[in-house]
Design a protein around this ligand. Structure first.
Ligand code: AMP
Ligand code: MG
Length: 349
């Protein structure tokens, strides 16, 4: 299929153009679009054929459920069996925004959309292009991240083109995203709500509203025997094509270790890369050294992570090392993605 490209600005959305994108979704087509977290690959959430198309376009295993995106609070009740009070509290504070909540699903939601589960993940994004598209599509848009399965999520329209050109009907270019990491997922069907995927909305922020919140222990673990509760978290994810290792330790020791490794690899003709921060950028010697920004600026690191991993691919870097973001206050979301991208390879020096 030929993919149509549409450039839109959040500040002044072209009504006619977004209506056309909405019609594509209503007619069972696929549209990639910006959200505040990452780009989404949208289809009509209530149409089983659309969900099947999403899995095919991504190359995604069909037991990995999709998140249903809405643009009005009144569209939540029809999707779910019940809305716990705690969920209403969270919605009041964090919606629209980068928080996905899991509910018991109603019969309206096809099993194709939920990967066969009796629960449904719902998010109300704040990006205005996303909201306008969802509205024009009829209110319910299933949208996983707009990347080929296993690849880093897409944070601009060029990434979507790399992964999805010819596989979707339209890609909406709304510029680079603000957050760069996928939404926080919290399961509201549990007695005590449980975080299944860390994101911009941190445990602390959720606990400020709800009191206690649990965290799925598989989030940062490499223990494959422990089944994660968000089915998608069990798959190899976010991965660049090269071989990535995270190096944790004192700043000087990390730089010394990485430089020594890179020197050895380059002597063997390998192309090497380093993912670091502004503070340490000049200490590294590798073919490609990339900074996520200042170490203090975790927002910048979140925004840059997937883009930089993709750049290593474009440059055919074969072996990469990354500094660790452990201990950063918001570090859990970044480390969760980085650990998956590295296949949980971490060296402590
Ligand atoms: P993505 O669409 O790429 O952001 O991935 C969606 C994530 O949400 C995956 O990790 C899914 O496993 C998770 N997810 C979606 N629906 C559910 C659900 N009903 N229960 C648990 N996790 C879910
Ligand atoms: Mg994804």
């Amino acid at each position: 299929m030929k993919t149509e490209y549409l450039k839109l600005s959040e500040e002044s959305i072209d009504e006619e153009a977004i209506a056309r994108a909405g019609r594509i979704l209503q007619e069972g087509g696929l549209v990639a679009f910006p959200t505040e977290t990452v780009y989404g690959l949208g289809g009509d959430a209530l149409n089983p054929a659309s969900s099947r198309k999403i899995y095919a376009a991504k190359g995604r295993p069909s037991d990995n459920p999709l998140i249903v995106h809405i643009c009005r609070m009144k569209d939540l009740p029809p999707l779910v069996e019940e809305i716990p009070d705690a969920a209403l509290k969270l919605a009041k504070v964090f919606w629209p925004g980068p928080l996905t909540m899991i509910f018991k699903k109603s019969d309206l939601v096809p099993l194709e959309t939920t990967g066969g589960l009796s629960t449904v993940a719902v998010r109300f994004p704040s990006n205005r292009i996303a909201a306008a598209l969802i509205d024009k599509a009829g209110g319910f848009v299933a949208a996983p991240s707009a990347n080929r399965s296993g690849r880093p999520s897409t944070t601009n329209a060029d990434h979507c083109r790399e992964d999805l050109d010819g596989r979707v009907d339209m890609i909406i270019d709304g510029g680079p995203v603000q957050i760069g990491l996928e939404s926080t997922i919290i399961d509201m069907t549990e007695e005590t709500p449980m975080i299944l995927r860390p994101g911009k909305i941190s445990r602390k922020m959720l606990e400020e509203v709800l009191g206690t919140v649990e965290v799925d222990r598989t989030i940062l673990s490499s223990d494959d025997a422990a089944a994660p509760r968000a089915p998608g978290m069990k798959y190899r994810h976010y991965a660049p094509r090269g071989y990535l290792t995270i190096v944790d330790g004192e700043r000087e020791a990390v730089a010394a270790y990485i430089n020594r490794e890179c020197e050895g690899l380059r002597a063997k003709g390998m192309k090497t890369g380093v993912l670091c921060t502004d503070e340490t950028f000049s200490s590294y010697h590798a073919d490609s050294v990339k900074s996520t920004g200042s170490r203090q600026d975790e927002d910048a690191a979140g925004r840059a992570l997937f883009r930089l991993l993709r750049e290593f691919d474009t440059e055919d870097v074969q072996v990469m090392f990354s500094e660790s973001f452990e201990g950063a206050s918001d570090g859990q979301a970044i480390m969760n993605r980085l650990m998956k991208a590295a296949g949980h390879r971490m060296v402590r020096v």
